[in-house]
Design a protein. Structure first.
Length: 328
């Protein structure tokens, strides 16, 4: 079982993340072994496991030092994330993720829907078994609602050339930032911290998630398909307009409109032209500035956290700075 190389610098966290993956494996009990193996392959496809990592790190702040519980809740968080990715791939008609075939491309949309739903069930079973209060289950349910609202919000704005930066932020606050926020909240609250502290952790997670998604969208205009493991600018062809493009539309609307108005009929040459215009319009730089604002907000809030006996606060700062300053 190989974790992302970034965790080699954090051996204790690495061990807990490995234990979370092992628990996820044990929780999968499907009669259809092909689909079970496809889910396992997705779980082990090289994701960074950032959300369970934040859950585990914030669990160090409470008085309840129950490692088994922390590992189980981290596993539930990653199952929730994986389920959302499976459903994303269905909506986006994606054939690959992290350079591997998606479940929908291998088994069809019907099987993929059930696979995602099954992971939601696994997530809630672990939460029900290990969460100490209804508050965590309520937060999990509300987070799923916000994630869905973000996805539906994005769908409702497809091919909408009047979409605003505020619309974009509202959607990614649901579809991406919410799960980071939940991870930090659950880690803190379930380890016995005050609700006030857990809500501070939640705010940190939301800022991290917003910056993370913006940087992800920036990379669509900075990397080629091989580096990203997904077709560059496929979102544009499907009418999903991310922040660099929205920033570019402010400055170069006249150039971009004739291309974007083609909608799904856009050719590869058209998407490359969009790519060129966005790069030359400073759309990427403007998006990076907003990501930097959220990154600064998260790092400043982490700096204000109390010190712990271990290096948790240092790790939180280092990992956050690393992932939000990434180039891949």
């Amino acid at each position: 079982m190989k974790l992302h190389s970034m965790w080699q610098e954090y051996p204790a966290l690495q061990a807990d993340l490995s234990a979370s993956l092992q628990l996820m494996e044990k929780s999968l009990k499907l009669k259809n072994k092909e689909v079970e193996q496809a889910i396992l392959s997705m779980i082990h496809s090289g994701g960074k496991l950032l959300r369970p990592a934040y859950q585990l790190l914030f669990s160090a702040y409470g008085s309840d030092k129950d490692r088994e519980k922390a590992v189980a809740l981290a596993a539930s968080i990653e199952m929730l994330h994986t389920a959302s990715l499976i459903h994303d791939d269905i909506v986006d008609h994606a054939d690959t993720r992290r350079k591997l075939p998606t479940i929908r491309s291998e088994f069809g949309n019907d099987v993929a829907v059930y696979a995602g739903d099954y992971l939601f069930v696994c997530c809630f079973k672990l939460m029900a078994d290990y969460a100490s209060s209804m508050k965590s289950l309520q937060m999990n349910s509300r987070s799923m609602e916000k994630i869905l609202a973000g996805e539906l919000g994005q769908m409702s704005k497809r091919y909408d050339l009047s979409v605003t930066v505020e619309d974009y932020l509202e959607n990614i606050r649901g579809k991406t930032a919410e799960l980071f926020a939940l991870s930090c909240f659950i880690g803190a609250y379930e380890s016995g911290t005050s609700l006030r502290f857990a809500n501070q952790a939640r705010e940190i997670g939301e800022a991290i998630g917003l910056a993370f998604q913006i940087m992800d969208d920036v990379l669509d205009y900075s990397q080629d398909a091989a580096a990203l493991g997904k077709p560059v600018l496929e979102d544009v062809r499907q009418g999903v307009y991310s922040l660099p493009l929205l920033m570019a539309l402010k400055n170069d609307r006249q150039q971009l409109l004739p291309l974007l108005e083609k909608q799904a009929a856009m050719t590869e040459a058209d998407t490359h032209e969009v790519y060129r215009i966005v790069q030359e319009s400073a759309g990427i730089d403007e998006a990076k500035k907003l990501a930097a604002d959220y990154t600064k907000k998260a790092l400043q809030a982490i700096q204000k956290l109390p010190e712990t006996k271990d290096e948790t606060k240092t790790y939180l700062y280092q990992i956050t700075a690393q992932i939000l300053g990434r180039s891949n």
